[in-house]
Design a protein around this ligand. Sequence first.
Ligand code: MLT
Ligand code: MN
Ligand code: ZN
Length: 295
Amino acid sequence: MRVALLGTAAGGGFPQWNCACRMCTSDAPAREGDCIAVSADGSDWFLVNASPDIRSQILATPALAAGPGPRDTPIKGALLTDAELDHAMGLLTLRGAAGLRVHAPEAVLHALRDGFGVHGITERYAPWEWAPVPPELGGLRVSALPVSDKVPKYCADTQVPGPWVVAYRFEDPATGGVLVYAPCLRTWPEGFDEFCAGAACVLLDGTFYSAGEMSGATHAGVGSGAQRAMGHVPIAGPEGSLARIGAHRAAHPGVRWIYTHLNNTNLVLDPSSAEYHEVLAAGAEVLPDGAELVL
Ligand code: MLT
Ligand code: MN
Ligand code: ZN
């Protein structure tokens, strides 16, 4: 299985256009919106999430180049972990792609159709298949773990039963390689340790380094409640993901833990920061956009 990390930033990217926080005005490397592409055979590819930056992400990834026919694309479909705009806006860019298959949990499909309206827009350009998450996709076994009940802000219809947010596990039966992709975790969810068991690599929610960083970075602009409401487990602290990774590593060494969906306020964006080095010392990683994994 090949995995392309197309983008590793949270909504807004890094730097964020309307933010002059310490990080956004630093010279830390820029990052585009979180999403990945996976392929069992290197020729048919599936996006997992579609960020607003998807056009430049596709153009920067040779494996996703159009061809061989004039309107052919190796991108056969897209899976979504959730219905948040930073994971779904790229679908608008893909309008016109013949026969694209979009897979997501039912509540996410509902939000995309009735809240965002992207379904109704794209079907005027090319009919797509919108369907629940299949057990197999292009030669990869797929399973989904419900991880959060967070409903996107734009979606008024909060009574629809979830799951609203899932993590995906992709297994290549030919190589045994397993990838877990979990960019949105409110907490370390029930069953997540088991879900990650045997994975070669886990791409993990690294939105925030600390529980209160948005209010610190933006001063009065964003209250600490707003960060909590966004529903992302911080990296640091006793309840943070780094502590859970440490516990998991004791039982299952050899898993690569890679943070993604990094918010523009997150100090690990700066490779010279103490926080970045703390993440590395604990056995986790932060990779640049465009990194590729072979599992
Ligand atoms: C999130 O990751 O929490 C969302 O993308 C935030 C948002 O765009 O409202
Ligand atoms: Mn997001
Ligand atoms: Zn910023």
